[in-house]
Ligand binder design. Structure first.
Ligand code: NAD
Ligand code: MG
Length: 367
């Protein structure tokens, strides 16, 4: 078992990583006998895990209610938050109840946001079940729902009371979702940790076989990297946390341009990271050899390195100009300066960005 603590003054919390965690009541700290809880999950996960978790928690003396939401990003909405609130009120949950998020990033973000405002803030626990949520979404306390006019537009910084990462959950995860998580994992290597990138090159086959030891090492390394950044920049204020978004400004443009239909987030991030690397190369900051090295790893992770649905480079650039990081009409982008290193660059010429988008799409297609 691997355990680490996020240290944030009054809001410290543990992250526990192992296989079989959900079978033991002790894993569900800080829940204890006599506590009340509301588990939030979706229609895909409930048949897989709800009854066994209920048994473990009830044997431990927790009074558990649950709510099962429909599955999908479109349900990351204020309407779902209302459903959670109604269920909490109907079942007489007071300020001392605990919400338990069982699911991927959608359920985690929803539950965290509901916890941040129900009766001015109650405790919640994250049980991430996708690879992406285990290495990224469940840690760091960013919670949100989508608005018709924008993704993650309504939310709060609100840290969980613990994060329980049971690697066994990944055995049910569809391959495409698994690869989407691998994109964020590779991002940690490119943006922060050369040795981890090399480890990924050596161990990609084991990860794809979902080998427990390889997954355990990989997930805990990502959690360590993200934890350190959260501890230094909890509220995304000093630029450090922004580095976690390597490739994301490009990726969001791809997702918006294709209406969030054709690409999973990690797939868009895969292409976005290559576009960022291409921009870096044009600025003389990154070598072609390293771009090829990244491409090879992404391909092995079964991720796209080219658009597989029509993407218009100029519209992508326009979407990028609407990014939160744009200042005075100038793009601010996270750019890799070597494998394992990244920086925020301001005032990059739009023509360079446009050429990088075009060339990434075209170069890949010629391969
Ligand atoms: P998701 O929650 O939609 O899960 C993907 C799919 O996998 C869903 O259909 C889900 O039901 C299914 N699934 C989940 N676990 C499964 C399992 N063990 N077995 C079988 N199927 C399973 O998507 P995601 O990729 O986990 O998360 C994406 C969301 O996370 C986005 O809304 C994004 O904005 C958010 N996010 C938040 C943060 C943050 O810091 N808060 C960071 C990254 C992403
Ligand atoms: Mg991401």
């Amino acid at each position: 078992m691997k355990k680490m603590t996020i240290t944030l003054g009054q809001r410290n919390y543990p992250i526990t990583i192992s296989s079989g965690l959900l079978n033991h009541f002790d894993s569900f700290e800080p829940l204890k006998k006599g506590d009340q809880g509301m588990l939030v999950t979706n229609q895909t996960l409930a048949p897989l895990y709800l009854s066994s978790i209920r048994t473990v928690l009830e044997q431990g003396g927790v009074r558990l209610d649950h709510i099962i939401l429909p599955d999908g990003e479109k349900y990351k909405s204020l309407a779902s938050i209302e459903l959670i609130f109604s269920e909490l009120l109907r079942k007489w949950h007071g300020r001392h109840t605990t919400l338990i998020a069982l699911g991927g990033g959608v359920i985690g973000d929803l539950t965290g946001f509901a916890a941040s405002c129900y009766q001015r803030g109650i405790r919640y626990i994250q049980i991430p079940t996708t690879l992406l949520a285990q290495v990224d979404a469940s840690i760091g306390g960013k919670t949100a729902v989508n608005h018709q006019l924008g993704k993650n537009m309504i939310g709060a910084f609100y840290q969980p009371a613990s994060v329980i990462i049971d690697i066994d959950c990944l055995s049910h995860l569809p391959m495409r979702q698994f690869s989407s998580g691998l994109a964020e994992i590779i991002k940690y290597g490119i943006a922060f940790d050369f040795n981890f990138f090399c480890w990924l090159e050596d161990n990609m086959d084991s990860l794809l076989r979902r080998d427990i030891d390889a997954l355990s090492h990989c997930i805990s390394r990502c959690c360590q990297i993200k934890s350190k950044i959260i501890m230094d920049d909890e509220r995304d204020e000093n630029g450090l946390r922004a580095l976690l978004n390597l490739g994301h400004t490009y990726a969001h443009a791809i997702e918006t341009e294709t209406n969030y239909i054709f690409y999973l987030h990690g797939e868009a991030v895969s292409i976005g990271m290559l576009m960022a690397a291409q921009t870096a190369q044009k600025l003389g900051l990154f070598s072609r050899t390293d771009i090829i090295r990244i491409k090879k790893l992404l391909l092995r992770a079964k991720l796209p390195i080219q658009g597989f649905h029509q993407i218009d480079p100029k519209s992508c650039l326009l979407h990028m100009m609407h990014d939160k990081k744009v200042m005075n009409g100038k793009l601010r982008l996270i750019i890799p300066t070597a494998i394992g290193q990244s920086e925020i660059y301001e005032g990059i010429d739009n023509e360079i960005v446009l050429a990088s988008i075009k060339e990434t799409l075209m170069l890949s297609m010629n391969q």
